[in-house]
Design a protein around this ligand. Structure first.
Ligand code: CTP
Ligand code: ZN
Length: 163
């Protein structure tokens, strides 16, 4: 039940709506999806709107795109409350809540340059245990180094981190 005083954003016809994103992180989600706007796809980005669950939230709507599994895994790490809605012919045909798994394999790089996962010759696939979701804290299963939310955002969005 929307009152006429609320901000309304057009429904989309076909594509994906990523809802309940932590406020202020919509642009990180777009980076994860590799979208700049130059692709010509219709994209709506709504930031810092009221949410019952989160206080405030962001929403990203992309016409004509369905997400790959790896993109969903990455979104979970920066927006653990997000829901992914698949839209066909204006209807929500699928709604999935992202899930932060107990361990994250292969997606992230250890911050310890001497970690066995960073050895150039015999690279071992990285593996982190998720010890906390909010605030995010991951621990490398090989060397014990910790990654926090900022480290993960930097790596997943290419924001000047060590990724
Ligand atoms: N949406 C959209 N275009 C459509 C259908 C839905 O942009 N054709 C958006 C809605 O605006 C909403 C999200 O997709 O942001 C999920 O839609 P819906 O499941 O109808 O809303 P809620 O029931 O409020 O979702 P939730 O229970 O996940 O909060
Ligand atoms: Zn390590």
């Amino acid at each position: 039940m929307e009152s006429s005083r609320e901000l309304r954003v057009s429904k989309i016809r076909e594509g994906t709506v990523i809802d309940h994103i932590d406020a202020g992180r919509a642009l990180h989600v777009l980076r994860i999806l590799g979208l700049t706007g130059a692709e010509g796809l219709t994209i709506a980005v709504v930031m810092n709107v009221p949410s019952q669950k989160l206080g405030k939230k962001d929403i990203v709507k992309v016409e004509g795109v369905e997400l790959r599994e790896e993109q969903v895994s990455k979104i979970a790490l920066i927006a653990p409350s997000a829901t992914i809605n698949i839209i066909r012919d204006y209807a929500v045909v699928e709604k999935v809540k992202v899930r932060v798994p107990p361990a994250v394999e292969g997606l992230l790089k250890c911050v310890n340059p001497n970690c066995v996962t960073n050895m150039p010759r015999e690279p071992v696939r990285s593996r982190f245990k998720v010890v906390s979701v909010r605030p995010l804290k991951l621990v490398c299963e090989y060397c014990g180094a910790e990654l926090n939310q900022d480290d993960v955002i930097k790596q997943l969005t290419g924001g000047g981190g060590s990724a």
